[in-house]
Design a protein around this ligand. Structure first.
Ligand code: PMP
Length: 441
């Protein structure tokens, strides 16, 4: 019989276990950026609960907020009823919303995960417009439920789902290093051309706009690909011109991660629907959409679910958002992010297997490539999945938790908490450098 925690988990849990495979450790304590395993080993955590722990593990303001709900004897779960805890969360969030959403926004609490919020956004826009098609992007990741999966770009991830519940047209995302359209990275023109073509209805020959466009301002799971501001503004203009609601998925980028409170702030655009989860719950499950009031055509009960009133998550989220805003953590993320980027560029100088270093704020990615292969016509080298996996293992051996992303799992992703110090950032790079050298041997 299995004797250890790891063995029992392997025996009992589904074969879809993911992080548990690449990170075979048994965390028993965590604080800030540090995770401690059952054997006493400590790790620097650059995964942060897949980007959901903006303040790191067990931040005192989050723990205190959770404790207060418990001490007050407030309900923990109370459907979508009005409570002071929810009121505080909504008012805190609305004070921080981008553009006109603060004034014209409506919030809907979704099931607890990012994918649930994506589903709600897709359904809302289809209800509001009375139309059905959706424009999504190559490389996109929006979650694992049927609708969210339909707008996810990665073919391997999407494959088990058929037929697709919505008609999805995929447009090219500005992924310069591996432009899927072989256009020398000029995805702006490619996106616009395909956008125009996608509006033409085969049957009538007329123009039929879709119900929505959905995009990530920085693709995360897709391999940490920031879209240029000019491209995001172009998408905003194209959709506004055609009356197509723009859904921006800031599940991963939101709440300070990219060096601004919202990644759309860098581009100065306002979405019609903003999808939020991960960090806004302070590490507990919480997901919402905030959308322009003009889309608010849902009948009462048109979109419901049991767990939409997690008071602990709302309290943790309120404390997290306030702490981020009051301590200007987006600026801190920008500063430390720049420092990390500079160090990673230096590392790239030492390793031909680093194809590109990129990112925004504290959402950073490194392309792991075959150093000795011939470059393609964009000058890009082929992905090196085995090397990437070895680097991740060598990082873990050196007490550094990192994950991979991108289509072939060949982009090493760094998502430290927003509270990471300069010293911790330097330690991350030191361990990463040693791991890279060891993995290349
Ligand atoms: N959208 C984005 C941009 C994401 O990064 C993720 C999760 N990585 C999701 C949606 C789905 O969120 P969840 O895993 O909570 O369903």
């Amino acid at each position: 019989p299995p004797r250890t925690v790891l063995e029992r988990q392997q025996r009992r849990e589904s074969s879809a276990r993911t992080y548990a495979r690449s990170l075979p450790i048994v965390p028993v304590r965590a604080s800030g950026m540090t995770v401690t395993g059952a054997d006493g080993t400590t790790y620097l955590d650059c995964l942060s609960g897949a980007g959901s722990l903006a303040l790191g593990h067990n931040h005192p303001v989050v723990v205190e907020a959770i404790r207060k709900v418990l001490d007050d004897g407030a309900p923990l779960h109370i459907l979508d009823l009005a409570t002071p805890v929810k009121d505080a969360f909504v008012e805190t969030l609305f004070d921080l919303l981008p553009g006109d959403l603060a004034r014209r926004g409506r919030i809907h609490f979704c099931g607890p995960t990012g994918a649930d919020a994506v589903e709600a956004a897709l359904k809302l826009t289809q209800t509001a417009t009375g139309r059905h098609g959706v424009l999504a992007f190559t490389g996109a990741y929006h979650g694992m439920t049927a609708g969210a999966l339909a707008v996810t770009g990665n073919v391997a991830v999407r494959a088990p789902l058929a037929p697709t519940p919505a008609t999805v047209t995929r447009l090219p995302y500005p992924y310069g290093y591996r432009c899927p359209f072989g256009l020398g990275g000029d995805t702006g023109a490619a996106t616009s051309a395909r956008f125009a073509a996608s509006l033409v209805d085969d049957a009538s020959g007329g123009v039929v706009p879709p119900a929505a466009m959905i995009l990530e301002p920085v693709q995360g799971e897709g391999g940490v690909v920031p879209a240029p501001g000019s491209w995001l503004r172009a998408m905003r203009d194209l959709t506004a011109h055609r009356g197509i609601p723009l859904i921006v998925d800031e599940v991963q980028t939101g709440a300070g991660r990219t060096g601004a409170m919202w990644a759309v702030d860098h581009a100065g655009i306002t979405p019609d629907v903003l999808v939020l989860s991960k960090a806004i719950g302070g590490g507990l499950p919480l997901a919402v959409i905030v959308y322009d009031e003009s889309l608010d055509g849902w009948a009462a009960g048109a979109h419901t679910g049991t767990f939409r009133g997690n008071q602990l998550a709302m309290a943790a989220g309120t404390a997290t958002l306030r702490h981020i805003a009051e301590n200007t953590l987006p600026e801190h993320a920008e500063t430390i992010g720049r420092r990390l980027l500079a160090e990673l560029h230096r590392l790239a100088g030492d390793h031909g297997s680093i194809g590109e270093v990129r990112g925004r704020g504290l959402m950073l990615g490194i392309e792991v490539v075959e150093a000795d292969a011939a470059p393609d016509d964009l000058g890009s080298l082929p992905p090196a999945p085995d090397l990437a996996a070895r680097i991740r293992s060598e990082c873990l051996r050196r007490g550094l938790i990192v994950e991979l992303g991108g289509r072939d799992d060949t982009v090493l992703r760094l998502l430290p908490p927003l509270v990471v110090t300069a010293e911790q950032a330097d330690s991350v790079v030191e361990r990463l450098a040693a791991a890279w050298t060891a993995a290349e041997r």
